[in-house]
Design a protein around this ligand. Sequence first.
Ligand code: CTP
Ligand code: MG
Length: 234
Amino acid sequence: MAEFIALIPAAGSGSRMGEDLPKQYRLLAGKPMIYHALHTLCSTVRIGAVCVVLAPDDTEWKRYDWSEFVGKIKVLNCGGATRAESVTNGLKALHAANHVQDHNWILVHDAARPGLSHALVERLLDQLTDDEVGGLLAVPLADTLKRADKAGRVQRTESREYLWQAQTPQMFRAKLLLDALGKAHAGITDDASAVEALGYSPKLVMGDAYNFKVTYPQDLKLAELILQERIATR
Ligand code: CTP
Ligand code: MG
């Protein structure tokens, strides 16, 4: 059994992108967005398997040729209504098929973060392999932080000391992650917050700005530039 398993939730609709096509299939540097993170994770030697969680009614995946990843990827059509549900369903499916053991490390990575580099994955693995809890890539907040009132005026400036922006992959052992997601409240938007709610303190591992989440239409141009450059220098 693989010690490290990546799980990519890719069952979202990309509502903030405002296009009919779910954003994970939007072409970037000539490939569907999800291809880029898949490429990075599949070519990381220490990662034994990469599971992609699609929406049950996904019609896009089969339009593309994924044969270069054969042997390493597993496609699961069990996405749910929220990211947390998609991750939970994916983990349960792996468990049911005996493809995961409780102590295996699961790296959950958003399909919408195509800028993930090998260097970041390796850093995450290096820093967390012997960790008791697990953790996540994140970057310290760069901008000055304002708290607004209801009228959209500044109430006060918040200190940004000790504030980080969470990225993915987020890496936890399978059992802890499944327990945490099973008990999590409905509003969570990442895996670490479910683990935190059980009283654990996940470790913050330094990410980088290239690993941002493509969310709005204006994010596409930057992602395109980053990926074109990466492919040109591969
Ligand atoms: N995701 C998922 N299942 C869902 C919702 C989201 O697997 N029900 C995945 C997305 O496909 C994406 C990742 O979780 O890879 C991060 O979510 P986000 O960036 O919010 O994507 P969407 O939910 O698709 O976008 P939006 O919130 O704008 O609708
Ligand atoms: Mg979403």
